[in-house]
Design a binder for this molecule. Structure first.
Ligand SMILES: *[C@@H]1O[C@H](CO)[C@@H](O)[C@H](O)[C@H]1NC(C)=O
Ligand SMILES: CC(=O)N[C@H]1CO[C@H](CO)[C@@H](O)[C@@H]1O
Length: 232
């Protein structure tokens, strides 16, 4: 009996050890992703009410520190060294870029920026110790990578179905690096292109191949057309 309990205990330890990421403190992680979302796919799920017009661009969702072997390293708000988001300290030029490249579809932009910073930026130095670094690092990628145009140049146009391979190949051809493609389901249950992850070396900020090909997609996938085009 005693032996069985010990074995059970050991088995539980093994399950624990293999299913949970290591203790994130002092906050090691492997690389980071800059995650872009296709607004039309964000709001046509029937779950959320979009308050802004969607336009044909991929906009920022966030900068997420990642492990190779575990789910994304996120939500380190218990990190005693993580800082709260400070709206007032965002410099105006950075704020203007955030408004353009990092809009919140559901509410005030500041709520989205603060959520991303506190949830993901809280996990990794130098981000948790420097809010500006967090936003500027993500914006540097967003301002230099026009995913909509990259796909369009490869003949991948919203309104037409596509495939994970086509999207990845187009981005690889343009940037030299492989992204991760993520899908979700529209209100009509169609699988659709939701997010594109670009991956970066955490020390040098140099792009790298994302280790994950795709999440939740089965070809062909929808690439839904936004209703409003005036921002094009
Ligand atoms: C954030 O700061 C800007 C600039 O000071 C201000 O215009 C805006 O109203 C603030 N937003 C919130 C939600 O506090
Ligand atoms: C990340 C994301 O926005 N996923 C959404 C995809 O669509 C489903 C509904 O089908 C939502 O529940 C998810 O939140």
């Amino acid at each position: 009996m005693k032996m069985n309990l010990l074995l059970l205990f050991l088995a539980a330890m093994v399950v624990r050890a293999t299913s949970q990421p290591p203790n994130p403190f002092p906050l090691p992680y492997d690389y980071y992703s800059v995650v872009f979302q296709w607004a039309k796919s964000v709001y046509n799920t029937g779950v959320n009410q979009c308050i802004k017009p969607t336009f044909p661009a991929f906009t920022l969702h966030g900068l997420w520190p990642q492990w190779y072997r575990f789910p994304p390293l996120d939500d380190c708000r218990q990190n005693p060294r993580s800082a709260n988001f400070e709206n007032a300290s965002i410099p105006d030029p950075v704020r203007n870029n955030l408004i353009q490249y990092w809009p919140n579809m559901y509410g005030p932009n500041e709520a989205f920026w603060g959520h991303e910073y506190e949830k993901h930026g809280s996990c990794v130095d130098p981000f948790y110790s420097n809010q500006l670094t967090y936003f500027v690092t993500a914006l540097r990628v967003a301002t230099s990578t026009d995913l909509y145009s990259i796909l369009a140049a490869a003949g991948i146009l919203c309104g037409n179905p596509t495939t994970v391979g086509a999207v990845r190949t187009a981005i690889h051809a343009s940037t030299g690096f492989w992204p991760t493609v993520q899908c979700n389901r529209s209100i009509t249950r169609t699988l659709q292109l939701l997010q594109i992850y670009l991956c970066f070396n955490k020390i040098t900020n140099v792009p790298m191949d994302c280790p994950i090909v795709q999440k939740g997609c089965i070809d062909p996938i929808d690439y839904p057309r936004p209703i409003i085009w005036q921002y094009l």
